[in-house]
Ligand binder design. Structure first.
Ligand SMILES: Cc1ncc(COP(=O)(O)O)c(C=O)c1O
Length: 347
């Protein structure tokens, strides 16, 4: 095995823009988007709104900012938002909801496929009494990152939406990887977002753009989101440079996500045959592969794999490997072999 080989499976965010994206970025027609006249940003936003089946869209710097903006659209200080116990917005966004928005996040248990128990969610809705906080919104995630990258169905989303709407609350989808969810279920992102009031997606993950996320929703929601984007410093002047890559991504990079899913499943199946690695390949439906180890020092495994050029993320207790543009079947085979050898040497 070549020492110089590098298989970077830490995240799909490590992807670089394609040659077509770089070309589009060079040639992008630009304006000042904070003044509302960047034509390329407007084109991307129109495309994004159409793909998600919403009235309008707004480009923002990151998925984290998309979540923060959406929280601030729906919730006032002291309001509550129901999220899954493994939600990105709860686990790995530095407490921004509380820190910056004064918003309480209340967690309903997520199962290994990213679903919240609907009876539990229903029971968490606050009655409009004098004492409790107001339930402003429910946030769900699709695909669900920390729950094995699971894709959630449109019918599940409809049930969550019904609970939210009955309570006068909104439903937002953190759809950082909603295109993966759509491809995995052979449906469209619009279908998956149909019953939600708003949905975001990331350009900078499997779609391979260098930067950027997009919020989608009603005209009124996007108008408010635009004001809040300004508040949190997310207005980006000639953002057409980034939006141009996003347009290429929506045109050219969605269908190929199926290849990432095939590679992820192959990786999961290979890993499942290695004694000491625990993984259920059936849980791998998209491009995220999680596994745990038994009887092997996870720290040692991660660092020995790194020496062989295989980079993973997560924690030594629960490794994550992510397939993406640039990772081929041969890289997966190399990775499985590297894990097999390292595990054998550590057992
Ligand atoms: C589900 C989900 N939401 C939000 C984010 C945040 O995106 P960003 O890293 O662009 O802030 C991520 C990033 O991995 C994610 O997986």
């Amino acid at each position: 095995m070549s020492e110089a080989r590098r298989v970077d499976l830490r995240s799909d965010t490590v992807t670089h823009p394609t040659p077509a994206m770089r070309q589009a970025m060079v040639n992008a027609e630009l304006g000042d988007d904070v003044l509302g006249d960047d034509p390329t940003a407007k084109r991307l936003e129109a495309m994004a709104a159409e793909r998600l089946g919403k009235e309008a869209a707004l480009i923002v710097p990151s998925g984290t900012m998309a979540n923060l903006i959406s929280l601030l659209v729906y919730a006032r200080r002291g309001d509550e938002v129901i999220v899954g116990s493994q939600a990105h917005v709860l686990q790995v966004e530095v407490g921004g909801a509380a820190g910056l928005g004064g918003v309480l996040l209340r967690a309903a248990h997520n199962d290994e496929r990213g679903r919240m128990d609907l009876d539990e969610v229903r029971s968490m809705i606050r009655p409009p009494a004098q004492y409790g906080p107001r339930t402003a919104a429910i946030f769900m995630e699709n695909t669900h990152n920390l729950c094995n990258g699971s894709p959630l169905s449109a019918s599940y989303t409809a049930q969550v939406a019904a609970i939210a709407h009955e309570a006068g609350a909104a439903l937002h989808i953190d759809g950082a990887r909603i295109f993966n969810a759509a491809v995995a279920q052979e449906t469209t992102p619009a279908e998956l977002a149909r019953d939600a009031d708003s949905a975001s997606f990331c350009l900078s993950k499997g779609l391979s753009c260098p930067i950027g996320s997009v919020l989608t929703g009603s005209e009124e929601y996007i108008q408010q989101a635009r004001r809040i984007r300004r508040t949190v410093g997310g207005g980006m002047r000639q953002v057409g440079v980034i939006a141009a890559a996003g347009i290429v991504a929506l045109d050219e990079m969605v269908d190929r996500l199926a290849d990432d899913h095939v590679n992820a499943r192959l990786l999961a199946e290979g890993l499942s045959k290695i004694p000491g690695i625990n993984i259920d390949p059936a849980l791998v439906q998209t491009n995220l592969v999680f596994c745990t180890t038994e009887g092997i020092d996870g720290n040692e495994l991660v660092s020995r794999l790194r020496e062989r050029g295989v980079l993973s993320s997560g924690s030594p207790q629960r490794l994550r490997m992510v397939t993406h543009y640039g990772i081929e079947r041969a890289d997966v085979e190399y990775t499985v072999e590297a894990v097999r050898e390292v595990v054998a040497s550590l057992s």
